[in-house]
Design a protein around this ligand. Sequence first.
Ligand SMILES: C[S@@+](CC[C@H](N)C(=O)[O-])C[C@H]1O[C@@H](n2cnc3c(N)ncnc32)[C@H](O)[C@@H]1O
Length: 226
Amino acid sequence: MDIKQRAGGRIMRFWGRHGGVAQFHRPTGAVGHVAGWVMGRRSSNVARNRWAARLLDIQPTERVLELGCGPGVAIAALATRGTVVGVDHSAVMIRQAARRNRAAIRAGRVRLIHAPVAGLSIGDGPFDAALAVNTVGMWPDRIARLREIAGLLRPGGRIALVSQPRCPGATAATSAEAAAELSGMLTEAGFGRLRTEMLDLDPPVACVLGYLPDVAHDPSHGLSSS
Ligand SMILES: C[S@@+](CC[C@H](N)C(=O)[O-])C[C@H]1O[C@@H](n2cnc3c(N)ncnc32)[C@H](O)[C@@H]1O
């Protein structure tokens, strides 16, 4: 075994002892800080967050809610257009997101909330759009969470759920399965007009966009004329 392999083995054992992959579910302590540092700089992570923010096509007066915002990469992209509230249950991630978006926070364009996505009640709603990047799979009772998020959006509000499968051996087929699963959850939670986009990374990133019914414009949700 050469020196590189020994060093790699040591790093993996240290990583395993300190939570390993679980650190991406809820980064804590020094190792969580490293996990956030990686997420904030890894080119694939930065690319998928910026891509997802572009797909939401935020307009200057719009307000966006990001769930599981991690180190705040998507927030930085979203805040160039609208105003953003970011939520994460990791204090380490909220601190990193705050550092990354310091100027936008000072300008009142970004607010961060240290909380789990369950049972969120946020004063500054309703939101025009919501985003969740590589986090929905970590939530307990996901349909219930998505219904709660729907309740924080305005009628006609939109959502983008993003997934790049991280399991070993993931392929384009794994990403397509992830997209189908996200679509099913969104339908169950009351979203419609679903559209799936793919970003060509290895494996591809799936983004499923959906809309809530717009009561004012959708005749099937209006009062019936008698
Ligand atoms: C893999 S990271 C992705 C972070 C960020 N969206 C990105 O793409 O860079 C998942 C994030 O979701 C957060 N998270 C997971 N489950 C959560 C929950 N139930 N409530 C709030 N945040 C959660 C984690 O703390 C972590 O920051």
